[in-house]
Ligand binder design. Structure first.
Ligand code: GLN
Ligand code: ZN
Length: 774
């Protein structure tokens, strides 16, 4: 009974973000479909070869996606919302018609579309965070009583591709239960319960059976069927439905029921009765007991243990895992794997040419993680043969992980500790604050603002790069940045916005930028991970205590303010988001890290206020994402997350207006905590949502709120009429005096032409709206 190794998925974007470049070229019509396809094929071939060369036992097929793997599944199942079945001349195609969906359909669902003839925009499907990660998936939309059909053959083509290259293939498939769970019922709120989605299961299973049958006919033996929802606390109905689902899918290929992002012990009883051939558990995020797993699972099942962290970049402690696994060797079939897909880590550490080699030894990216798995597997298999575990070779390597802390500047650390341990007073109540702010800013009804970033130009990017590597001096760098800021201020004057921003030209990314300027962080050179579609981020690494040496953003924001009489909003990233979008050290708790970062951001807020900045926005788009997956752990997390936020804002005077911004997550669950943060203005993304889903805001009467009216992930430009309609709808839910108007999120991802037109339409709509409602 030899141990086998596998990963739950490889990063798809490419070492040099080749997929991103190809997608963006395709969208701007610089390359054609066959050129796009050949980039996809090359990436798959390369990634399979890298997996095989590393010596792991399977290559994973089915982890590639043009935009998102959940959307791939929707396409495969022909679950395309009816509004995208309109062809370009405006005629509706019917569901289940013989028309095949193609990659353009996929991009329309993800990014929205325009019907050529009428110029009418079709709203894209919603995008939400994939469990507690910063990866965004496209939310499947369902309608009551719908059927499915096998409509998109990409998976089968990829399987053929991999088999023809002689690989030993394991196919990855998103399981039907998780697929249903992740989707939403469209348009019919009375049907919009999780139970109603279950009513679609029998129809869905017909197609899953067909898929599995076809895979088995191709000779596929193992399918990794992903059911990450098993780590959640599911209702009895959902647990029961798992039986039906896995009974229906039994008998074609072998199924490895795959869970990740947490423990599954709360569902062990029913999981062990499902008709599958093995179970994968994430032993890094979860704390399942191997003895309990071994005792509770049928003895002929494979137990796949996720021991190499797919969410962080530190090397694994291989000797620890060897010792833990040794007692189970020979007792059942064991596979060792990554804890989850490697989608969440960068591709190759060897591309980090600027990282100090002594530091490099502490890290492992996707390829190195495959090597770790192979190494682990070898040691375990030697132990099987010799009945003795020898970890001599790896122990010394792992010692490098210990004693990470470098000499921290003591006075910074002392300041942080003092701040964290001191009490703070909440701000005055909102009514009083609002009066102070009203007399300070005298803003019009429904103020129009943006979320912070504006499109980055090639000039800005190269200035940043050259400055960083020493090819541009401070003075020349400042001139370029200031010129950009000037242009942005001027553009906002011309467009007639009410609260300005400086445009964030100095930031490559809202988290990496703060990582670059705070102590305790390390930046990578090429550590890209996919965030959504073609967009990638480069999370910084937190390797030490976080402290701040001096002001970070003050220079740019005060410069912007000096150019205009309109208030300029100082934009900072909140501590939870900085933590969630970094690769954190693992020797202290998240709570400690967040409080250290909060202390730094609080000092920045103080400095901004001292320099006359009257509106400060602290972005916390990841607040929901950091929420533990198990409800039982929510309270504790929310308590310290809210505390860290209020700890920051407690320092400002009542006439300073505090904003926060959140996006792309399900906020209903944590609305109490958002209310408890007690910011003066909250902006959220909402333009892909039906206005009904904002019902909750009616109940909560939030201090003031700006639900996004412009979908910044779509090339569509909203017309004045569309915005006016939306505003009319919104005031059914939000008192007009509390309403702000803004895009869904930062404008960095869009072109200037689109933005100018969109903001022009927004301001035009708001002006008419004010006249009507004043
Ligand atoms: N201030 C950031 C921006 O405008 C916010 C981005 C975000 O929420 N992800 O880009
Ligand atoms: Zn946002």
């Amino acid at each position: 009974m030899l141990v086998l190794s596998h990963i739950l998925g490889f990063p798809r974007i490419g070492l040099r973000r080749e997929l991103k470049q190809a997608l963006e070229k395709y969208w701007s019509r610089k390359i054609n479909k066959s050129e796009l396809f050949s980039v996809g094929r090359e990436l798959r071939i390369r990634h399979w070869r890298q997996q095989r060369d590393s010596g792991i036992d399977f290559v994973s097929v089915g982890d590639f996606a043009w935009y998102d793997h959940v959307l791939n599944t929707s396409l495969m199942l022909d679950n395309i919302p009816d509004r995208f079945r309109v062809n370009h001349s405006g005629h509706e195609r019917k569901r289940n018609s013989s028309n095949c969906v193609d990659v353009d359909t996929l991009f329309h669902v993800a990014r929205g579309a325009t019907v050529n003839i009428s110029e009418k925009s079709i709203i894209a499907s919603e995008m939400k965070k994939w469990f507690n990660t910063n990866y965004h998936y496209i939310v499947p939309e369902f309608i009551y009583g719908q059927t499915f059909r096998l409509a998109w053959m990409q998976l089968f083509d990829e399987v053929d591709e991999a088999l023809s290259l002689g690989h030993k293939v394991k196919v990855i498939l998103l399981g039907p239960m998780s697929y249903l769970w992740l989707g939403k019922m469209r348009n019919n709120t009375s049907h919009n319960t999780s139970h109603s989605r279950l009513s679609l299961l029998p129809e869905l299973l017909l197609i899953y059976r067909q898929i599995l049958k076809m895979l088995s006919e191709k000779g596929v033996i193992w399918v990794q069927i992903d059911e990450p929802i098993l780590v959640l606390e599911l209702s009895e109905r959902w647990c029961e439905a798992f039986f039906d689902a896995y009974r229906a899918m039994h008998g074609f290929t072998k199924l490895l029921l795959t869970t990740y992002f947490g423990s599954i012990h709360h569902h062990m009883n029913f999981i062990s009765n499902l008709l599958v051939d093995g179970l994968h558990v994430d032993l890094v995020s979860g704390n399942d007991d191997l003895n309990v797993l071994h005792a509770g699972l049928p003895e002929d099942w494979v137990l796949s243990v996720g021991v190499i962290n797919g969410r962080n970049i530190w090397r694994a402690n291989l000797s620890f895992w060897c010792n833990r696994l040794f007692p189970f060797l020979g007792k059942r079939v064991i596979w060792v794997g990554s804890s989850c897909s490697l989608l969440h880590v960068p591709v190759d550490l060897d591309a980090e040419i600027l990282l100090d080699s002594s530091l490099k030894k502490k890290f492992a990216f996707a390829i190195q993680k495959c090597n770790e798995l192979r190494g682990l597997c070898n040691i375990l298999n030697n132990a099987v043969v010799s009945n003795d575990l020898c970890t001599d070779n790896i122990v010394s390597e792992n010692r490098l992980n210990i004693n990470l802390a470098t000499a921290v500047k003591k006075e910074h650390k002392k300041h942080v500790d003092e701040q964290i341990n001191s009490d703070y007073l909440s701000r005055s109540n909102y009514t009083y604050r609002m009066q102070c702010q009203r007399s300070r800013f005298n803003l019009p009804l429904c103020p129009v603002t943006t979320i912070g970033s504006f499109p980055q130009t090639a000039k800005i990017r190269s200035a940043r790069l050259n400055f960083r590597i020493g090819n541009l001096d401070q003075e020349s760098y400042d001139i370029i940045m200031k010129q950009y800021i000037k242009d942005i201020i001027l553009a906002q004057e011309e467009l007639g916005l009410d609260v300005f921003v400086h445009g964030e030209p100095e930031r490559n990314d809202m988290v990496e930028y703060f990582g670059e300027h705070l102590n305790g962080f390390l930046l990578t050179h090429n550590g890209w991970i996919q965030s959504y579609g073609s967009r990638c981020v480069k999370p910084p690494i937190i390797f030490d205590d976080v402290t701040r040496s001096g002001p970070i953003t003050v220079k740019w924001i005060t410069y912007a303010q000096s150019l205009t009489n309109k208030p300029v909003k100082g934009i900072l990233t909140g501590p939870v988001t900085i933590l969630c979008w970094s690769f954190p050290r693992e020797d202290v708790t998240q709570e400690v890290l967040v409080s250290q970062i909060a202390s730094a951001i609080r000092d920045e807020v103080c400095d901004l206020e001292k320099c006359g900045i009257g509106i400060i926005q602290i972005d916390e788009p990841a607040l929901r994402e950091g929420l533990p997956l198990k409800k039982s752990c929510w309270k504790n997390y929310l308590a310290w997350a809210v505390r860290s936020f209020k700890f920051i804002t407690s320092v400002v005077s009542d006439d300073v207006q505090v904003h926060t911004h959140m996006c792309y997550a399900e906020f209903d669950d944590i609305i109490d905590s958002i209310v408890a943060m007690d910011v003066d203005v909250l902006s959220i993304e909402s333009s892909r949502m039906s206005v009904k889903s904002l019902e909750i805001l009616k109940k909560y009467r939030y201090n003031a709120i700006g639900p996004g009216v412009y979908d910044i992930h779509s090339p569509n430009v909203p017309s004045k009429e569309v915005i006016l309609n939306r505003l009319e709808e919104l005031i059914e839910y939000i008192e007009i005096t509390r309403l702000w108007v803004n895009p869904d999120c930062g404008l960095k991802t869009r072109s200037w032409i689109e933005i100018k037109q969109s903001l022009f339409n927004i301001v035009g709509a708001v002006r008419e709206f004010r006249v009507k409602n004043q």
